[in-house]
Design a protein around this ligand. Structure first.
Ligand code: ADP
Length: 401
């Protein structure tokens, strides 16, 4: 087989050299030169094929069925490698790298420079895992581990770390955003303190500056309160809430609190609440949820237009709470991102209205903790409806109890 390949390479080389000579004779030196380059390329192409066939002749035997079955049972990609050839690969590995990888050089099978470098060095094979980005989909993150077995075979395991990488990214972005949000009012307060020292004799300026500083300090306080709420709700994520909450009563209570905070707009709130079954919930968190969603409808709805709060039973085990406002609405591309922390459609408007950018993120976490569902629908030019489904406490003796 080796002799056959070598003679084929020699035949290819002779044939192309003859072509070069013919081209030179027929069309001059330039054409001959081109053909010679072609000959060199052909020789380069022929060489690996010689090598490939030589190594194929010495290729290690495929793994036996027992080993193949064992790695098939693993959900993440696993390859068994002998003398750099893939002798077994489970379904996950074949889906990621292609069905053709069996029998291939492992560095060709896992087409990644960092992987190739690690696999090249057999001594290093039992070292720390390495990170591979861009294997499969462009934004996928994998962790490759290589272990050498007593017989010299190597196991290559690829762990999908895309999820934890995304979580890390979200955490880093969150810390950066929160620091930025806190630094802005703080810088303003510090600036005003400095200017105030120079304007100590002017009572009018002093009063104006103190008012601005008060606003900025309150903004920081709201932000810190929301950040603390968010972390408390997240910490309690897996602890089911256990109060029995009468939602119509809570809606009235929140209405009263909002009326005290913004009397101008409170008169526009229209409540239509059925006497629904109580919800198994956390009363403080559900009150915060109502404050945030009714508060948003008051803030972003057009002044003087109604804010409709409705509460209905939804099937046997849920209640549907919805809040509808009349406003310019929200464009569809923003809707999926509204519950992200610090995501705002219009930052200056949100800040001017005292928003922290965390209200809907808090709502989302509260709904999740209550095993409920949240939906935001909006029509540009018309308004927005936020709907929340919450499970009720099963009645004694009912099938679902
Ligand atoms: P904020 O403190 O900025 O109000 P939220 O998390 O409560 O933060 O809301 C995120 C963004 O969603 C807001 O900045 C606003 O752009 C948009 N939004 C929320 N509720 C409404 C609404 N009822 N009508 C229009 N836009 C809204």
């Amino acid at each position: 087989m080796l002799g056959l390949s070598r003679s084929r390479a020699i035949v290819a080389l002779v044939a192309i050299l003859a072509t070069a000579l013919a081209a030179w004779l027929a069309a001059g030196i330039e054409a001959g030169g081109i053909a010679l380059v072609g000959a060199a390329v052909a020789a380069l192409v022929a060489a690996p094929s010689v090598e490939h066939e030589a190594s194929a002749a010495l290729a290690p035997a495929p793994a036996d069925d027992g080993v193949a079955d064992a790695i098939e049972a693993i959900f993440e990609p696993v390859l068994l490698v002998a003398e750099n050839r893939v002798i077994a690969a489970n379904q996950a590995a074949r889906t990621l790298l292609g069905e053709h990888i069996l029998g291939e050089d492992v560095r060709v099978a896992i087409r990644h420079p960092a992987a190739a470098e690690r696999l090249l060095n057999a001594e290093e094979a039992s070292g720390a895992p390495i990170q591979l980005v861009g294997l499969g989909a462009r934004d996928q993150h994998w962790e490759m581990r290589v272990r050498t077995l007593p017989g010299g075979h190597r196991i290559v395991h690829l762990g999908d770390r895309t999820g934890s990488h995304a979580a890390d990214r979200i955490r880093v972005d969150f810390v950066a955003n929160a620091s930025h949000e806190l630094r802005t009012p703080l810088a303003s307060i510090l600036g005003f303190i400095e200017t105030l020292e120079d304007a100590a004799d002017d009572p009018e300026t002093r009063t104006r500056f103190l008012r601005v500083m008060d606003n900025e300090a309150r903004r920081m306080q709201r932000l810190i309160d929301d950040l603390m709420s968010l972390s408390r709700i997240e910490a309690e994520k897996y602890r089911a809430p256990d109060d029995s909450v009468d939602l119509p009563e809570l809606i009235d209570e929140v209405h009263g609190e909002l009326a005290a905070l913004s009397p101008d707009r409170a008169g526009d709130i229209v409540i239509d609440a059925d006497p629904v079954a109580p919800v198994r919930g956390d009363r403080v968190q559900l009150s915060q949820l109502l404050h945030n969603i009714v508060g948003n409808a008051m803030k972003y709805g057009r002044a003087g237009t109604p804010v409709a709060v409705s509460l209905r039973s939804a099937g046997e085990s849920m209640v549907r709470l919805s809040v509808t406002d009349e406003s310019e609405g929200i464009a569809p591309e923003h809707l999926p991102r509204l519950t992200e922390r610090f995501y705002r459609v219009d930052s200056s408007r949100s800040r001017a209205a005292g928003g922290t950018g965390l209200g809907l993120a808090i709502v989302k976490h509260i709904v999740e903790r209550h095993r409920g569902r949240l939906d935001i629908a909006s029509t540009v030019g018309k308004g927005t409806t936020l709907t929340i489904l919450l499970p009720t406490i099963p009645l004694p003796g009912s099938l679902s109890s």
